[in-house]
Design a protein around this ligand. Structure first.
Ligand SMILES: *[C@@H]1O[C@H](CO)[C@@H](O)[C@H](O)[C@H]1NC(C)=O
Ligand SMILES: *[C@@H]1O[C@H](CO)[C@@H](O)[C@H](O)[C@H]1NC(C)=O
Ligand SMILES: *[C@@H]1O[C@H](CO)[C@@H](O)[C@H](O)[C@H]1NC(C)=O
Ligand SMILES: *[C@@H]1O[C@H](CO)[C@@H](O)[C@H](O)[C@H]1NC(C)=O
Ligand SMILES: *[C@@H]1O[C@H](CO)[C@@H](O)[C@H](O)[C@H]1NC(C)=O
Ligand SMILES: *[C@@H]1O[C@H](CO)[C@@H](O)[C@H](O)[C@H]1NC(C)=O
Ligand SMILES: *[C@@H]1O[C@H](CO)[C@@H](O)[C@H](O)[C@H]1NC(C)=O
Ligand SMILES: *[C@@H]1O[C@H](CO)[C@@H](O)[C@H](O)[C@H]1NC(C)=O
Ligand SMILES: *[C@@H]1O[C@H](CO)[C@@H](O)[C@H](O)[C@H]1NC(C)=O
Ligand SMILES: *[C@@H]1O[C@H](CO)[C@@H](O)[C@H](O)[C@H]1NC(C)=O
Length: 775
């Protein structure tokens, strides 16, 4: 079949012969059609091996391709900044033979990433520092590039009033396309581009009735993240009157550059790399990537490789940690040169009461779009008891019996399908309201959705109680009483149950996530192309929407990183991340530790990382843990990467010194992931040492260390335990962790190491794990 397509194109006779031969080869595999089919591959080339006679890399890449295939294989992209190489369509056979060609480092299959969705300035204390950042020339010189679903340029969040001229460093463009022209850009939204060759090659042609072939955002996710990072202040923002107030991005004077790479929930690696390639060339200062896929090794992960190139250019890359929590080891985007941002709640809630016929009252959350009139008590039914199809308890499509749910409030279990779809399933079966009950994994965490019918989301506890009532009441009834918006909720933040958890699935010695930021029920700008539920049937249109996910926490971090970058233009991405991590807070004002929504117990560093981001403190961290590109390459040496694997990440030759001892524990990271080998009763202890170097970025002074650990079987010593710094001085120290037999039954421990001069506290989280059995 593939051959026929090829033969349609005119070929030279000689090529024809070649195809004939190839077809013969293919004939033997005719049953295995998959093996004949082309799919996208990203080819990483060793530019150091480019023949000098070829004066441009694209000529070289074509000649590499020719060497394995005489077909007129389309180049999707050639890359020069994010990686050296190209993406193209190949059969698995061609991909295999390409791997053995001289100068080819990696031939990686296409990967699909997903956007990570499920009163922030006040909550973060940013109000206090708005005076520190007037529409000054510094902050407004910072450019944040967003890899996302595009932008709705008419949103007031991209109003450029008061902004000076576009920074001269900017080299990007504003591309035209469907419903988008260069006139849609301004001094706030300074650039907008779109990348979809890879998407169309893998997924198929874009559905132009749903999507814009341009930077315009059909989905809302990209508009939301961009305005969270750097939206201009908009007074009176709200969703149906909820969460009303001034909406403002974290860095309201920074510039926005849009790189649209996600189309109908799919963002493919080849497009993502092309966008990063452009963002690097365009001179953005921060890249914000609210998308992810399953974590894979650094040299196989194109997003991580592109981020390495960005980091080398001084660009901060901030990524979502993933929404796969509270499952253990579910983190995404874990490369040590990116910022990995988890999510937490804020101090705002949208309460609703579920009043039951027996007089009991359960609080949940709800967004009422104003069209829902107050009701009296109506019958309440469990969806699982109104089933015409499997999955009724989850209210999956067409699973409810209209006879049984008509005129009733329907109780649906959370899980399986999307929360907003359950609402529409109930509504279309004739239900007049919905109670959405959390499962045990969701715990007490409540997501506010703008359902298409009156609805209340309730926590696991209430869910159990309401089900109990349903089982025992003769004629169960209920009503919903909406309470609007409530602020000042305590305690907050709480680590979100959905936020992905450590340990780091790739390198457990590097503790991730780095920290958390607001990600639950976040209000920010939205597209006018979709309703707030993103359901096709939802024809409501809103200026702002509440969305949930690490997709939302990531741009908070990106915007705050931009503030730090504007204050300290010469700081490396590692120094900026260090400032964000070591100043993050781990307890509430009353001294109690931040809680985790999944356990209702104190959060561990596997959920909260270094703590919750604190933008004001991050502007004055005292000391930082800095890192250079070569430090990360030494880290890859410690992981025993071959020269080729390192070159695929670094885009240049880097030789590990055979006589040098490299250790993963020496990467100058602002946290400690301690991994012990199993201890035998016969040996007295196992020891793990971590080396670190601090750079004084504050005033001269003396810092003392303190360490707390929650397990007695591990001893920690820090040498030296007092460090005196002159201005800009660097000082090193060693932490020795000694574990005695036996390890605790959980084989898990947590703690914290802090350096303090009495004013600045430079804090690092510690995780302690034991490797499973000897390898
Ligand atoms: C492509 O065609 C040329 C000329 O016939 C031939 O020498 C070469 O081996 C072919 N390449 C492949 C990969 O078959
Ligand atoms: C810098 O500040 C001056 C004075 O406030 C202003 O006129 C100018 O437009 C600003 N430039 C930028 C790039 O914001
Ligand atoms: C996009 O442009 C087309 C053609 O001008 C117009 O019909 C359509 O309404 C526009 N769509 C949006 C969402 O603005
Ligand atoms: C494109 O989207 C429209 C609107 O959702 C849908 O009706 C149509 O079937 C889609 N077309 C294709 C080819 O998927
Ligand atoms: C959702 O429920 C349907 C019906 O019970 C089932 O077939 C499907 O496997 C479920 N999907 C998930 C992801 O649980
Ligand atoms: C849930 O109920 C249990 C048992 O009644 C109680 O111990 C726990 O504190 C409750 N959790 C919340 C968050 O209300
Ligand atoms: C579902 O219906 C069965 C049979 O009538 C009843 O025993 C059970 O309590 C109901 N369950 C719920 C949660 O309403
Ligand atoms: C790297 O190789 C050395 C020597 O074989 C070994 O001791 C070490 O454990 C390896 N490191 C990793 C991270 O695999
Ligand atoms: C364990 O302790 C014994 C007694 O103190 C000592 O002789 C021995 O050297 C120790 N072994 C190790 C591996 O440290
Ligand atoms: C930890 O310290 C205690 C008290 O100094 C000591 O008895 C114990 O042997 C130490 N354990 C290890 C593993 O070093």
């Amino acid at each position: 079949m593939v051959s026929m397509v090829r033969f349609k194109k005119p070929f030279l006779a000689i090529t024809f012969v070649f195809f004939f031969i190839l077809s013969d080869v293919s004939l033997a595999r005719i049953e295995n059609t998959k093996d004949n089919q082309k799919s996208t591959y990203i080819v990483h080339a060793a530019k150091s091996q480019m023949p000098t006679i070829l004066n441009h890399h694209s000529i070289w890449y074509r000649s590499i391709l020719k060497s394995i295939s005489n077909s007129t294989t389309e180049m999707l992209y050639t890359y020069d900044n994010a990686i050296h190489g190209f993406s193209t369509r190949l059969t698995p056979e061609e991909a295999r033979s390409l791997k053995s060609q001289i100068g080819v480092l990696k031939v990686l299959p296409e990967k699909i990433y997903k956007p990570l969705t499920t009163r922030t300035p006040q909550f973060l204390g940013l109000e206090k520092i708005s005076n520190m950042f007037p529409v000054s020339n510094v902050t407004s010189d910072i450019i944040i590039g967003l890899l996302d679903t595009g932008v709705w340029p008419e949103s007031k969040s991209f109003d450029d009033t008061g902004l000076g001229p576009i920074p001269t460093s900017w080299k990007g463009t504003c591309e035209s396309g469907d419903n988008f022209t260069a006139a849609n850009c301004n001094k706030k939204l300074i650039g907008a581009r779109f990348f979809l060759k890879g998407y169309e090659a893998s997924v198929g042609p874009l559905n132009a009735t749903k999507q814009f072939r341009s930077p315009r955002d059909a989905d809302g996710h990209g508009t939301h993240t961009a305005s969270t990072a750097a939206g201009s202040a908009v007074k009176g923002a709200n969703l149906f009157g909820y969460a009303s107030g001034t909406s403002r991005g974290m860095a309201p004077h920074a510039r926005v550059a849009i790189y649209k790479v996600c189309w109908e929930d799919n963002c493919v690696a080849s497009d993502l790399l092309a966008a990063m390639d452009a963002a690097i060339a365009d001179n953005v200062n921060v890249i914000s990537a609210s998308l992810g896929g399953e974590a894979i090794d650094y040299d196989e992960e194109n997003l991580a490789i592109g981020a390495f190139a960005a980091m080398e250019k001084g660009i901060v890359v901030s990524c979502a940690a993933g929404n796969s929590g509270p499952t253990k080891s579910s983190l995404q985007n874990v490369a040590p040169w990116v910022i990995t941002v988890g999510a937490g709640s804020i101090d705002r809630d949208f309460p609703v009461y579920v009043k039951l016929g027996n007089g009991e009252n359960y609080q949940g959350v709800s967004i009422n779009d104003g069209s829902f009139t107050p009701r009296t008590f109506v019958p309440l039914i469990y969806a699982g008891n109104a089933s015409v199809k499997e999955g009724a308890e989850f209210c999956v499509k067409d699973s409810l019996d209209p006879e049984k749910v008509k005129g009733k409030i329907v109780f649906c279990d959370r899980g399986n399908n999307s929360r907003v779809e359950k609402g529409i399933v109930v509504k279309s079966a004739g239900g007049v309201g919905m109670v959405l009950g959390n499962s045990e994994t969701n715990g007490e965490e409540l997501v506010a959705d703008a359902h298409l019918l009156p609805a209340a989301a309730v926590g696991f506890n209430s869910s159990k109680a309401i089900k109990m009532y349903l089982q025992h009441a003769q004629n169960p009834t209920a009503t919903l009483v909406f309470q609007g918006t409530k602020v000042g909720i305590e305690p907050s933040p709480i680590v979100s149950a959905f936020s992905s958890r450590g340990p780091n699935p790739i390198t457990p010695d590097i503790l991730k996530p780095d920290f958390i930021a607001p990600g639950l029920n976040i209000l920010a700008a939205f597209t006018k192309n979709a309703g707030p539920t993103n359901l096709e049937i939802d024809d409501r249109r809103v200026d702002f929407n509440l969305i949930t996910g690490t997709s939302m926490s990531c741009p908070h971090a990106s915007g705050i990183a931009a503030l730090i970058k504007s204050t300290y233009p010469n700081w490396s991405p590692a120094a900026i991340r260090s400032a964000l991590m070591t100043t993050a807070y781990t307890s509430y004002n009353n001294g109690k530790k931040l809680l985790d929504s999944a356990t209702n117990a104190p959060a561990t560093p596997f959920g909260v990382g270094a703590g919750h981001v604190n933008p004001i403190a991050a502007l004055n961290p005292g000391l930082v843990y800095d890192l250079t590109a070569d430090d990360y390459l030494n880290f890859l040496c410690a992981l025993n990467y071959t020269a080729d694997r390192i070159e695929a990440v670094a885009r240049r030759k880097f030789t590990c010194d055979a006589h040098k001892h490299y250790s993963v524990t020496d990467l100058n990271y602002p946290s400690f992931g301690v991994v012990f080998k199993p201890i035998a009763r016969s040996s007295n202890a196992t020891i793990v040492k971590h080396e670190r170097t601090l750079t004084n970025v504050g005033v001269a002074g003396t810092y003392k260390v303190s360490v707390t650990l929650d397990i007695p079987s591990v001893n920690v010593t820090v040498e030296p335990n007092v460090l005196s710094f002159n201005k800009n001085e660097k000082k090193s120290y060693t932490v020795t962790f000694a574990a005695s037999y036996p390890p605790p039954p959980t084989q898990l421990g947590f703690g914290r190491l802090e350096w303090s001069n009495g004013k600045n506290i430079v804090g690092s989280p510690i995780s302690i794990t034991w490797e499973l059995g000897p390898k």
